[in-house]
Ligand binder design. Structure first.
Ligand code: SF4
Length: 471
């Protein structure tokens, strides 16, 4: 809690003035924002609960005739790609204004036990573990296809968010700050956004409480330390601090600013792991395994192993639907063998991707001036654009599949994918050049380090490209 005065967004012109005014307006519009949040909560609840009460769709059902297909299209075809895209454009505005889980967690924390947040909750590895866990578990129970799986994953996550709010903090979003499975990805992608809340430290320090003793408070729900706020990673863009101490203002900035100039100040190994292993590895594997011949080969290999060990019974063993997909009425059953092959496939892709990209980053780090773990992790951040666009395009596979099975065949999909991948590759390569320039003035070192990074960016693009265009 802290003191606050009336926002000052004056003396600015054009875009600057508009953004500052928008930030102030959001800060004054809590009731409206809460109304929007409740509307989203209702829509979200309907979309995850109602399909579980309906029979599964058949081949003749369409988006507009069956609520389950409609919910699939909304969640996986529009909602998730749209949320990630919004992170690139507006930072974590989604979290602060629209996210139902964040809103419910904050509302619940109004009745919280108010306990202090324990150390295990603040462990920095949760975003990595949470993303890997939900991504892999989602594949195991076919979350893109079945309403019960959606209810388990999204509903379970929502229940956990509410429970967190009821235990720790008061009027806070401890869940969002520390435990949300997509917090890490959102923190990474929002660094690209061309808008942010900037803190003028001099203005902050100069500020004195008004003589009339007028006091209001700023409750930063995701627990961002306002005076030292620098960057979008944890800010939910809610606007509540806009104008605070005449020092905080919503401003535009270059797309690359945060990664090039701020991200290198503190090495963040868990963020590097999330980029290399989580986004480029596990997410890629999760999008790829269903259509891969390697998955079939792995399955055959495991089957032969089991037979050679006399463990024939395991070949036909199945599990409940909430452990491995099990819908015999749809001829869709994943046996234990499929589950093991799935885990092995994603694990191998994550391991290989992690090793190749970590090796390339290490090489670029050495070329740009000797080994430095800080520089290694800073260079890893250059891969955020190509990782984020790859994940958005991977998610769009569901969008396109659903559109095609419902009779729409958009012809622009492949050219658009190629353009976005090429653009993201250039963006990551350009960011690499900016980061390398921070560490060495030598033209030859710059050239070779940036060249190494450019090759890595190209490799990432090719890896994503193989999802859509088979070699
Ligand atoms: S720093 Fe906190 S209060 Fe300010 S906009 Fe971000 S989330 Fe809201």
């Amino acid at each position: 809690m802290a003191d606050c005065t009336t926002p000052s967004a004056t003396h600015r012109g054009g875009l600057k003035r508009t953004l500052a005014g928008l930030g102030d307006w959001m800060g004054r519009s809590r009731r409206l924002i809460m109304g929007v949040q409740w509307a989203v909560i209702v829509i979200y609840a309907v979309l995850i609960v109602v399909p579980t009460l309906m029979p599964l769709p058949t081949n003749v059902d369409r988006i507009w005739t069956h609520v389950t297909i409609f919910a699939q299209f909304v969640f996986w075809g529009i909602w998730w790609p749209g949320v990630l895209l919004s992170m690139i454009l507006f930072g974590r505005l989604w979290c602060g204004v629209l996210c139902p889980e964040g809103a419910l967690s904050e509302r619940a924390s109004a009745w919280s036990l108010g306990r202090a947040v324990p150390r295990w909750v603040t462990w920095k590895g949760w975003p990595f573990v949470g993303f890997l866990g939900t991504t892999i578990y989602g594949q195991m129970i076919s979350v893109y296809q079945y309403p019960a799986a959606v209810l388990v994953i999204l509903g379970g996550s929502t229940v956990a968010a509410i429970a967190t709010g009821l235990i720790w903090g008061r009027n806070k979003r401890v869940w969002c700050r520390h435990l949300c499975p997509v917090n890490g990805v959102f923190a990474l992608v929002s660094k690209l956004a061309p808008v942010h809340y900037r803190v003028d430290r001099d203005a902050w320090d100069r500020w004195r409480k008004p003589a009339d003793g007028h006091r209001t408070v700023v409750n930063c729900a995701p627990l961002v330390p306002l005076r030292t706020l620098e960057g979008n990673a944890q800010c939910h863009m809610c606007g509540r601090c806009s104008g605070f101490r005449n020092a905080i203002v919503l401003e535009h900035r270059p797309f690359n600013d945060e990664i090039a100039n701020v991200a290198g100040r503190e090495a963040k190994p868990w963020e590097t792991a999330l980029i290399l292993i989580g986004l480029l590895g596990v997410a890629g594997g999760a999008f790829r395994w269903t259509g891969s011949s390697l998955f079939i080969d792995l399955k055959m290999w495991f089957a032969e192993m089991l037979l050679s060990f006399g463990a024939d019974r395991l070949l036909d063993m199945v599990m409940p639907w909430w452990i491995l997909t099990n819908y015999p009425e749809n001829n869709d059953v994943m046996g234990v063998l499929d589950g093991v092959a799935l885990l092995a496939f994603i694990g191998v892709e994550a391991l290989l991707t992690g090793l190749v990209f970590a090796g390339g980053l290490a090489l670029a780090t050495r070329i740009s001036g000797g080994w430095s773990s800080g520089r290694f992790h800073h260079l890893a951040q250059a891969l955020i654009p190509i990782s984020a666009i790859g994940v958005i395009l991977g998610l769009s596979m569901t969008t396109v599949t659903l559109l095609r099975t419902n009779g729409f065949h958009p012809g622009f999909v492949d050219p658009l994918r190629a353009i976005l991948l090429a653009g993201a590759t250039l963006w990551s390569a350009w960011l690499s050049a900016r980061i390398v320039a921070h560490y060495t003035a030598s033209p030859s070192r710059r050239l070779f380090a940036t060249g190494t990074m450019a090759i890595l960016c190209g490799l990432a693009a090719v890896n994503w490209g193989t999802l859509f265009w088979s070699p």
